[in-house]
Design a binder for this molecule. Structure first.
Ligand code: SAM
Length: 284
């Protein structure tokens, strides 16, 4: 039986493709790629390599971040005319830090069927092999590039007790680790490197050690970050101000951030904490 539906309206298939190892593609994904009329791809040259490997020949259309608006309208039109279309990204699952969201939303609005074809996704595979808690997690994707927005995002997540997952480009790894250290402190991180490829590796260290190593590390990374210790956070309120300060100082956080954090923990203003410190000789 054919995978493709034969209704008048076409279907948009969201097809996951490998994140390194070309064998990580499902039988169903191959079947769909063979049967659709058109494949919308983030980078057509990249997808062509995969299609050649699978011995599939299909019309390709580029669909990436910079032409999403225009191409979404074209895809919707084609789907309404009954075309069966597969959407793929360069690697892994479309829509996960990759184009897809726009056209999926539009399809829902136009009542065009959408069908996921599951497969590789870097964050899930990094998480399951991290050894950190998998029961609850927060996927952050890429941190904002803008300094202020990035800081706000890190502030937002620093007290979560859930495991956190970040994507990062190789050349930005060191900067991101330093930003993490400054705001969330010297937490345990699992760097999942080059998943499904020859040099696949899991580096389980605290942030300080990873900062030291960052320059030598090459390839693609997912950062799995241990959540904050809930018990520890509750216990903070039982500490004296000096002890509270020392707790964050040990994590390597700078003075300004410590004061901000203490104020937040104690639900008082930063100024109140500053005033107390001005009158305390022990903290200068
Ligand atoms: N859609 C993809 C997915 O399903 O995982 C993610 C695409 S996003 C543009 C690319 C980021 O995913 C990389 O910067 C890296 O953080 C992560 N990534 C992709 N492939 C990876 C791999 N083989 N090993 C480690 N991280 C990978």
């Amino acid at each position: 039986m054919k995978e493709i539906n034969q209704k008048e309206m076409g279907t948009l298939y969201i097809v996951a493709t490998p994140i390194g190892n070309l064998e990580d593609i499902t039988l169903r994904a191959i079947k769909v790629l063979k049967e659709v009329d058109l494949i919308a791809a983030e980078d057509t040259r990249h997808t062509l390599k995969l299609l050649n490997h699978l011995e599939i020949s299909k019309p390709l259309m580029s669909y990436h971040r910079h032409n999403e608006d225009v191409k979404t309208d074209i895809l919707i039109k084609e789907l309404k005319q009954g075309k069966q279309i597969a959407l793929v990204s360069d690697a892994g699952t479309p829509g996960i830090c990759d184009p897809g969201e726009e056209v999926i939303k539009k399809c829902i609005g136009e009542e065009i069927p959408i069908v996921p074809i599951p497969g590789a996704c870097a964050m899930i595979n990094a998480l399951i092999c991290s050894g950190l808690a998998t029961k609850e997690f927060v996927f952050i994707g890429f941190l904002p590039l803008n300094k202020k927005n990035r800081k706000e995002k890190l502030e937002e997540i620093k007290n979560t007790t859930k495991t956190m997952i970040l994507y990062e480009a190789p050349h930005k790894l060191e900067t991101t680790l330093k930003d993490l250290k400054e705001i969330i402190g010297n937490r345990k991180i699992v760097l999942a490197r080059e998943l499904t490829k020859i040099h696949e590796e899991y580096i389980r260290e605290n942030i300080d050690v990873l900062i030291e190593k960052a320059k030598e590390l090459k390839g693609e990374f997912v950062l799995i970050i241990e959540g904050a210790d809930k018990k520890e956070e509750n216990d903070l309120l039982k500490l004296s101000l000096q002890e509270h300060y020392a707790y964050y100082e040990k994590k390597g956080i700078n003075k300004k951030e410590i004061i901000k954090q203490i104020a937040k923990d104690r639900n008082v203003s930063k100024n109140e904490i500053y005033q107390k410190f001005i009158n305390t000789d022990e903290i200068k």
